[in-house]
Design a binder for this molecule. Sequence first.
Ligand SMILES: Nc1ncnc2c1ncn2[C@@H]1O[C@H](COP(=O)(O)OP(=O)(O)OP(=O)(O)O)[C@@H](O)[C@H]1O
Ligand SMILES: [Mg+2]
Length: 245
Amino acid sequence: MDENAIVLEDVTVKFNLYKENISGFKEYIIKKIKRELISEQFLALNGISLTIKKGDVVGLLGFNGAGKSTLLKTIAGVLQPTYGKVITNGKIAPLIELGAGFDMELTARENIYLNGAILGYSRRFLNEKFEEIIDFAEIEEFLDVPLKNYSSGMVARIGFSIATMVKPEILIIDEILSVGDYKFQEKCEKRIKMMLDDQTTVIIVSHSIQQIRDLCNKAIFINRGKILTQGDVESVCDQYMLYES
Ligand SMILES: Nc1ncnc2c1ncn2[C@@H]1O[C@H](COP(=O)(O)OP(=O)(O)OP(=O)(O)O)[C@@H](O)[C@H]1O
Ligand SMILES: [Mg+2]
């Protein structure tokens, strides 16, 4: 296990899909009691087994609804698999949903402390790193503005800046890079490339194949909750581009 950062064994995630249009909680309860609620089980992940080695930078490819975000959430421990096993080895910094872990009513300054605490950093440590975090995010002028008045790119900048301030052992990125402008994307890419030399394991979802080719050494292509192919980044990207569903 020492050289492995992430191991998944037969990970399956089932969701209940309610096909009816239920107009409210009351109706839901009544239908549930009367057993009139028709739900279909839906396998968002269907028996995923994979091993990611320490220091790998892995691109996760797949069409909309393929199960990429669900997979990242199970790796981050935000979502428990219905069956199967997730083993991770190292401190994880998840950048999964824009603003996850942020309180939009609070200011950027307050959120930096809040999010830092969630990631396990002490107040003293955050005081030391504060300047560096806001410098990288370039949000000095807006420090005391509530996040609800930020643009989505600005929120992503803070999230990325905090999560990568200390090199995490495992960094999980779900499409957040795409909301930054090209200058910020370049900055993020540079930081991710630095992690490449540094044994940080990175797993990235991006719909930009160019970004995946530039940043990653490995890739995994998932479709309808299953792995179709995995391995060297160039060949998996080629297969993804040629795939006809
Ligand atoms: N909480 C949930 N309840 C029910 N179904 C869900 C839930 N979360 C995800 N799904 C379903 O699981 C499937 C996979 O969703 P997921 O968000 O993992 O896709 P994705 O690959 O990240 O897609 P995208 O490229 O659009 O971000 C979708 O069909 C989605 O409708
Ligand atoms: Mg997604």
